[in-house]
Ligand binder design. Structure first.
Ligand SMILES: Cc1cc2nc3c(=O)[nH]c(=O)nc-3n(C[C@H](O)[C@H](O)[C@H](O)COP(=O)(O)OP(=O)(O)OC[C@H]3O[C@@H](n4cnc5c(N)ncnc54)[C@H](O)[C@@H]3O)c2cc1C
Ligand code: FES
Length: 325
């Protein structure tokens, strides 16, 4: 495949029919991260925010921003099953809405009966607003329970979309959505797995854990859920029920702005580091605010976590741009 000097490696690969993983295409989300086996790349606007210096030094590149500086051999992450799901634009109705915490709503979306909306555990959808604006929300339901799609929406103070949603009282509103999107996808495996959720980052983790637990998994699972106060761990009672029923699952809630006997204190990634001296055997799935994801990427690999086994979704809020193809 040849790559014009002014084209990104990702765009050239997509144009050549290679379905490489990507999401934001702006150098933030890390979905397009790949390892350079030979050759080098450069970034006209400097190293993208989604690529840590240590990752670059270890030979990783973000293909959505990278320009080839000569012949390249690239080892890209292969997401077998993502290519099986079709991205659709669909109307849907808010069938039910329920407060989960003072600033979090559960929405249940009903899709047209004729539509077969297939997705993978961990993926998200975009709510389409006027003028090409989009708002991303992870799907909290697992693929095997998709008659309605569950979302957990946190109210962003001053937020256009979430503010409007919290101001409405009744269910029944119509939305247009596009999805499923994203490469943050759970794959069952024999190795142990750690899930790290920050706030509503619990939504995709819930989809993954329900998929693993209800479909039956043989792996050991750890869930660390970080939030400010106990009320922000809004489905902790459900998590504790899971732990009762599934001995392979261990759970720790972590509070950053409160302290009590039932939870750890501090930042959630610090608790993970305290509990696991060696992360070499683990897969890690992390979702939540960008600062949490950055802290995880900056610290967990130093404990032996293999970079390819760190799967994450950063709840970045991109500027209002229409998603590029
Ligand atoms: C892949 C992905 C999955 C996501 N999944 C979820 C999810 O499951 N649940 C969920 O609650 N959120 C999720 N988010 C975040 C969510 O998309 C944003 O919070 C939402 O788009 C805000 O829309 P808004 O119109 O209300 O705010 P805007 O009008 O876009 O923003 C208003 C102001 O708030 C700031 N802002 C916007 N979003 C945030 C934020 N998240 N945190 C802090 N400040 C912000 C903006 O910079 C702006 O200054 C996800 C984001 C991504 C990228
Ligand atoms: S697609 Fe390249 S960083 Fe998001």
């Amino acid at each position: 495949m040849s790559v014009p000097a002014d084209e990104t490696v990702l765009d050239a690969a997509l144009a050549a029919g290679l379905n490489l993983p990507h999401s934001c295409k702006s150098g933030h989300c890390g979905s397009c991260r790949a390892r350079l086996l030979a050759g080098s790349v450069h970034y006209p606007a400097g190293r993208p925010l989604g690529l840590m210096a240590a990752e670059e030094a270890a030979g990783f590149a973000l293909l959505c921003r990278a320009r080839a500086a000569g012949d390249l051999v690239v080892e890209a992450r292969v997401i077998r099953s993502v290519t099986d799901v079709e991205i659709k634009t669909l109307p849907c109705r808010i069938d039910a809405r329920e407060p989960l915490a003072p600033d979090v709503l559960r929405l249940m979306l009903r899709l047209p009966a004729v539509e077969n909306f297939r997705f993978l555990p961990g993926q998200y959808l975009d709510v389409l607003a006027d003028g090409g604006r989009r708002r991303s929300f992870s799907i909290a339901s697992p693929p095997h329970d998709a008659a309605r799609l569950e979302l957990h929406v946190r109210h962003v103070p001053g937020g256009t979309f979430t503010g409007g949603l919290f101001a409405q009282q009744a269910a029944g509103a119509l939305l247009r959505i596009e999805g499923p999107i994203g490469q943050f996808v759970y794959t069952d495996d024999a190795s142990p797995a750690i899930f790290i959720a920050g706030g509503t980052g619990f939504a995709p983790v819930k989809s993954m854990l329900r998929h693993a637990l209800e479909r039956g998994t043989a792996r050991d699972l750890w869930l660390y859920w970080g939030a400010r106060t106990p009320i922000d761990l809004y489905e902790e009672a459900l998590v504790r029920e899971w732990v009762e029923r599934h001995p392979r699952l261990r759970y720790t809630g972590v509070l950053s702005a409160a302290a009590d006997a039932g939870h750890a204190s501090g930042l959630v990634h610090e608790t993970v580091l305290t509990r696991h001296a060696d992360l070499a055997p683990f897969d890690v799935y992390a979702a939540g605010p960008p600062a949490m994801i950055e802290a995880i990427r900056a610290t967990l690999p130093a404990r032996g976590l293999v970079l390819e086994r760190l799967h994450f979704d950063s709840f970045d809020y991109a500027p209002d741009v229409t998603r590029q193809a």
